[in-house]
Design a protein around this ligand. Structure first.
Ligand SMILES: *Cc1c(COP(=O)(O)O)cnc(C)c1O
Length: 384
């Protein structure tokens, strides 16, 4: 890199820059809730539920305490219990498989597609057909792009298997014109601060078009009670804080603008890095994709750790999502999986790197990152 170019600092996510223009507005909302002294549920939660239901094209949305709880509540609502088997991807945040175990069920996996990192629909269908007793399937819309849902929905419907979408990273994403979180029986959203719609702490939501499931989900988050002190089911305490809902309502108004910024930045990356002989591959285009919301922009590089260190040295924050596949996690040792069981997932865990793509980045910032990546190539070719 030209030494005359001043070093920049580009964090993976710059919440300070994103929140700065909203500071007064959000503080006003927080003061309003504090003055009301009403901290549990209430109108703010209801309003956010309505906004999210509308936005995801679903009839019902139910706030809860986190994306992890959203998954757990969804499994409970779908009737998943001890020793049931639930199919998912080995390449996701831990919560996807953790929720299955928390429900007493057994996670089973189908490998991912190497280009999109999402569950391979053909393999998922094959696993479902081989074991029709599988009670539910959790496709994850990873990094902001939908999994190939149609084949999975088809087989699941035929076999009476529930479909729970893990949309923690994909609020606003679309698949063939349909919204993420509206295609399966239940959709799960996370409001963790680093998600595209993040609160000032933990939060989550479940969505559904089924009135019976909505009623059950709303009960399960308050210990399974439809009427105070009378319990239909054994649920958990997992409510969305009023304060979080108030903050999220403000941020929700900017979500599409932020998403457009992420998409613009992703386009710049494709333009500046695509078609060059770089030792790295870009996210694969998805033929069915109609809206990718780029919660992460993930590239693949054989010398991933070298690239990460090089970018770090030059002020660019990156992250590895995820360094260890779920089937190889120590806590799942008893499931009996070994290295080699899901080779695409394992390979991805060694090669992927998330570059900053957040909406507060300028075109200059993207160019800076791309220049560094071009220089990384020269250093590789020069030295090795
Ligand atoms: C973040 C995330 C979750 C969990 O959400 P929390 O709100 O952090 O509990 C679940 N699944 C995926 C794919 C995620 O990225």
């Amino acid at each position: 890199m030209n030494p005359a170019i001043a070093k920049k600092k580009i964090p993976l996510l710059d919440l300070a820059a994103i929140h700065a223009p909203l500071r007064e507005e959000i503080l006003g909302e927080i003061a309003r809730v504090v003055d009301s002294q009403k901290f549990i549920m209430g109108d703010d939660v209801k309003q956010l539920e309505q906004l999210v239901a509308q936005y995801t094209g679903t009839r019902f949305a139910v706030g809860c305490a986190s994306g992890s709880d959203a998954l757990f509540l969804a499994l409970l609502a779908a009737g998943v219990g001890p020793d049931d088997r639930v199919l998912t991807t080995p390449y996701s945040f831990f919560a996807t498989a953790g929720a299955i175990s928390r429900a007493g069920a057994v996670p089973v996996f189908a490998d991912i597609e190497p280009g999109t990192y999402n569950i391979d629909a053909a393999k998922a269908c094959h696993a479902l057909e081989r074991d029709p007793s599988i009670k539910a399937v959790i496709p994850v819309h990873l990094f902001g792009a939908c999994a190939d849902m149609d084949p999975i929905l088809d087989v699941a419907k035929r076999q009476g298997c529930a479909v729970i979408e893990d949309g923690a990273q994909s609020i606003g994403a679309e698949y063939k014109g349909r919204k993420a979180q509206s295609m399966g029986d239940i959709g799960c959203i996370s409001f963790f601060p680093s998600k595209n719609l993040g609160g000032f702490g933990d939060g989550g939501m479940v969505t559904t078009n089924d009135e019976g499931l909505a009623r059950k989900l709303a009960a399960l988050r308050v210990h399974g009670s439809l009427k105070k002190y009378y319990h239909e089911w054994v649920g958990i305490n997992s409510r969305l804080d009023t304060l979080q809902a108030a903050v999220l309502k403000v941020k929700f108004r900017y979500l599409d603008e932020w998403t457009a910024g992420r998409q613009r930045n992703a386009e710049h990356y494709h333009r500046l890095l695509g078609g060059k002989s770089l030792p790295l591959s870009l996210p694969a285009p998805m033929p069915w994709q109609t809206r990718h919301v780029y919660n992460q922009f993930v590239v693949r590089c054989k010398d991933r750790d070298g690239l990460k260190a090089w970018l770090q040295e030059n002020g660019v924050g990156t992250e590895v999502y995820y360094p260890l596949s779920l089937h190889l996690q120590p806590c799942f040792k008893d499931l009996g999986y070994v290295e080699g069981d899901f080779p695409e997932s394992e390979k991805a865990s060694h090669e992927t790197l998330a570059l900053p793509v957040h909406s507060a980045m300028s075109v200059d910032d993207i160019e800076y990152v791309c220049d560094l990546i071009h220089d990384f190539r020269s250093s590789l070719q020069g030295v090795h």
